[in-house]
Design a protein around this ligand. Structure first.
Ligand code: AP5
Length: 217
């Protein structure tokens, strides 16, 4: 039997941070739409060039492009037993598409942890985030700093700040989340798969809370 987990929450809630930790703990692949777009951007692919304009404005990449990309990713063998989805779905059309993709795989969404964090905290988290260009590990200059300034603890690479983490773009991303993604909380609540997690706690405590609910599944 497979297990598909959808991480839901506003930008900066800690979806990526937590998805990486629970992927390691539970052994499922971490499928992040944002990471796949950024990888394409780095490699200057056609998909990357298309996504870049939307991402830099803090807007969503069109549904048809995003859905095709995730369908392709989930068709890979490492997702046969399940996956942890982070950043997808983000619109009602994407949520419907995911149901269809999983039905074709004879699977379903098992649980949707919704990481809840107040807006004032989100802005601080995103504008202080530093990311490793090699392994994707995330740091925060105040809440989760690397051991050595601007250097990844895992592989020693120089950390960078994401283009879309500038204050103006961050505000737009949070607004886009309110307009297009927040309604999915209701959608998954009605399907009885939503579990709310307090994301405004220390990183390790959020992981403990998440693993508690995931291990009950
Ligand atoms: P994406 O990469 O998915 O960005 P996002 O949803 O905005 O989420 P973030 O990565 O910003 O935040 P997060 O919740 O993962 O938080 P993190 O763990 O990093 O998408 C980027 C763009 O790609 C979109 O704007 C869009 O253009 C496009 N895109 C992606 N998916 C799409 C889709 N499905 N459809 C259309 N377009 C799509 O944590 C943030 C910071 O806080 C870090 O510094 C971390 O160290 C720190 N932190 C985390 N947890 C804690 C804690 N508990 N306490 C203190 N600090 C913490």
């Amino acid at each position: 039997m497979s297990t598909f987990i959808v991480m839901l929450g506003p930008p900066g809630a800690g979806k990526g941070t937590q998805a990486k930790r629970i992927a390691q703990e539970l052994g499922y692949p971490h499928v992040s739409s944002g990471d796949i777009f950024r990888e394409n951007l780095k490699n200057k692919t056609e998909l990357g060039k298309l996504a870049e304009t939307y991402m830099n404005r803090g807007e969503l990449v069109p549904d048809d492009v995003t859905i095709a990309m995730i369908k392709n990713r989930l068709s890979r063998e490492d997702c046969d037993d399940g996956a942890i989805l982070d950043g997808f779905p983000r619109t009602a059309a994407q949520a419907e598409a995911l149901n269809r993709i999983l039905a074709e795989m004879d699977a379903q969404i098992d649980i949707v942890p919704y990481i809840n964090v107040p807006d004032s905290v989100l802005i601080k988290r995103l504008t202080g985030r530093w990311t490793c260009p090699v392994c994707g590990h995330m740091y925060h200059e105040e809440f989760n700093p690397p051991k050595e300034d601007l250097t990844c603890d895992v592989d020693g690479a120089e950390l960078y700040q994401r283009e879309d983490d500038k204050p103006e773009t961050v505000k737009n991303r949070i607004q886009v989340y309110r307009d297009q993604t927040q309604s999915l909380i209701d959608y998954y609540q009605k399907q009885d798969v939503l579990v709310e997690i307090n994301g405004n706690q220390e990183i390790g405590t959020v992981t403990t809370d998440l693993l508690k609910v995931l291990n009950q599944e």
